[in-house]
Design a binder for this molecule. Structure first.
Ligand SMILES: [Zn+2]
Length: 103
């Protein structure tokens, strides 16, 4: 977890999770200064999703076609997989005082 760029307060995992909401910027629980995700963190998080899905897709297809697992079970596994990057991301996200452009 990263520190606040304004007061150097160490954000907890739970506080970092708030960054995943749809709001732009989250107030630092210590100093109240809004913190934003760096462009790099946003890209990193997106890559995490793509990679996990890319690598999960092939075994999931195999399970469905060759082992006759019910589709419902495949969907449940896919949903669980969606949470892995979400839970990992706060550990690696970097904070910034300014909102950075995506490109
Ligand atoms: Zn702060």
């Amino acid at each position: 977890m990263d520190i606040c760029k304004s007061c150097e307060y160490q954000w907890s995992y739970k506080e970092s999770l708030k960054m995943l909401g749809f709001k732009r910027g989250v107030k630092c629980p210590n100093c109240g200064q809004k913190q934003y995700l760096t462009t790099e963190s946003i890209w990193y998080g997106s890559m995490l999703f793509i990679l996990i899905y890319f690598f999960a897709w092939i075994p999931l297809r195999a399970l469905y076609f060759y082992y006759d697992l019910p589709l419902v079970l495949i969907i449940v596994i896919a949903v669980i997989l969606l949470f892995i990057p979400l839970l990992l991301w706060p550990k690696y996200m970097k904070l910034s005082n300014k909102e950075e452009p995506l490109f």
